[in-house]
Design a protein around this ligand. Structure first.
Ligand code: FAD
Length: 291
């Protein structure tokens, strides 16, 4: 059963995102975190993928192990920038052999030099969606979307156009980039609906662990945070440092999830940061997931 069939049958649902540890000696700690979070019975767990294919074996090995050890439904992220069709085909075959039947099809972040050479066989995530759908119709395929618009997009409308294009190319559902203003998610879903796209859009929620990590992540992905929230976090930082920021972050994430569910979001995709404690703190007090 593809993930899309699962999420259509369960609401609200929880999904979790993990990043693979780089070194094998970090595996025991990593799987300890996964084990604790598997108790929450997520509808699926996704594993990120190094852009340009770096660490891709890590993604596959970790994803396969998560499925085997914890019986999780796993989705592998897959980026296509700089990739050849042949290597993508091999990867998809290996996923299927490992019992993983879903991918999050991504372009990946552009390397510094924007030369024609890097495009190779795929230019956009939609090319990857089409390639996988055509070659392996049994494979579930999801894509990314951006409540604050992708940072390279000239406008929200332009980004929306290409998000629709990914759905029309065959994306089963989409997972959003992290965001903090719930109205941006609502607007994105409404705009998609007005263009006839009613497939599930999973809101991606980021736990905030410290000002330093928040600033780093925002700079990397180009998402926005409302000034009022940022000030609240800064105030917490000044009075109680990282621990107070983390507490405030838990409160913010919980509020955001509550508002999203009240708006009718089908479920929540939590960026776990491989940190079971913070995820469990956020979900405690939310009867849908934690209690
Ligand atoms: P695209 O959909 O190709 O979009 C990129 C830009 O091009 C956008 O501005 C879009 O509007 C525009 N565009 C799209 N299609 C067209 C078209 N046909 N013609 C003209 N313009 C077009 N990165 C990783 O390296 N590994 C990961 O595991 C990973 N996981 C992620 C998970 C999520 C949920 C999200 C939101 C992002 C993730 N990323 C990951 C980051 C992602 O690779 C970057 O955001 C990347 O810059 C864009 O990827 P995309 O798939 O959205 O690209």
């Amino acid at each position: 059963m593809k993930i899309i069939d699962r999420i259509k049958n369960k609401s609200p649902f929880l999904s979790l995102e993990f990043f693979p540890p780089k070194e094998r000696d970090q595996w025991p700690r990593f799987f300890g975190q996964v084990e604790r979070l598997a108790e929450l019975d997520p509808v699926f767990a996704s594993v990120t993928y190094g852009a340009g294919g770096s660490f891709r074996d890590n993604t596959l090995d970790i994803a396969a192990e998560m499925r085997k050890r914890f019986d999780l439904k796993v989705m592998s992220h897959l980026t296509c920038v700089g990739a050849r069709e042949k290597s993508i085909a091999e990867y998809v075959e290996r996923l299927l052999e490992a019992g993983i039947g879903d991918v999050l099809a991504l372009r990946g972040d552009m390397p510094g030099n924007d030369s024609d050479e890097i495009w190779k066989d795929f230019r956009h995530a939609s090319d990857l969606v089409e390639f996988v759908k055509e070659g392996w119709p049994e494979m579930g395929v999801a894509t990314a979307c951006y409540p604050d618009a992708h940072p390279e997009s000239p406008s929200i409308d332009d980004d929306l156009r290409w998000t629709c294009h990914k759905f029309n190319a065959g994306s089963d559902f989409a997972v959003t980039q992290l965001f903090f203003d719930v109205r941006r998610y609502r607007d994105l879903v409404r705009r998609l609906e007005s263009r006839g796209i009613t497939d599930p859009v999973l809101p991606g929620i980021l736990p905030i662990l410290s000002m330093a990590s928040l600033n780093r992540i925002l700079a990397l992905c180009g998402a926005n945070i409302p000034p009022k929230l940022y000030l609240e976090l800064q105030e917490a930082d000044q009075t109680g440092g990282d621990e107070a920021v983390r507490r405030k972050g838990v409160e913010i994430a919980r509020r955001q999830i509550r508002e999203l569910l009240d708006l009718g979001a089908p479920g929540i995709h939590l960026y776990s940061l491989n940190n079971a404690d913070v995820c469990l703190d956020i979900l405690t007090g939310l009867p849908e997931f934690g209690d």
